[in-house]
Design a protein around this ligand. Sequence first.
Ligand SMILES: [Zn+2]
Length: 91
Amino acid sequence: MSAPESSPDLHVIDIFMMSVKCGNCDTYQTIVGFRKEPEKNVYTYECENDVCDPNVTRTIVEVPKEFDNSTKRAEQLPYYSSEEEPEGPPE
Ligand SMILES: [Zn+2]
């Protein structure tokens, strides 16, 4: 069994089709952050309960931009802050 590395199929990742489960409290984590970096998109997941300290169980998912099929939807999330916000002019 060998998978050809030069598969003609275009593989994309839809982050919203994935489930991120916490290995500590055994519940699904919720996406709480989205940020764009030059070559990848970074999604942050946290537990939404009192069992886990998010600082301990937080999950960071990085998706290479060329494979990320979720960017547009992620940008519509309320916690996404565009980096294109103009900075105030220096006094
Ligand atoms: Zn947890």
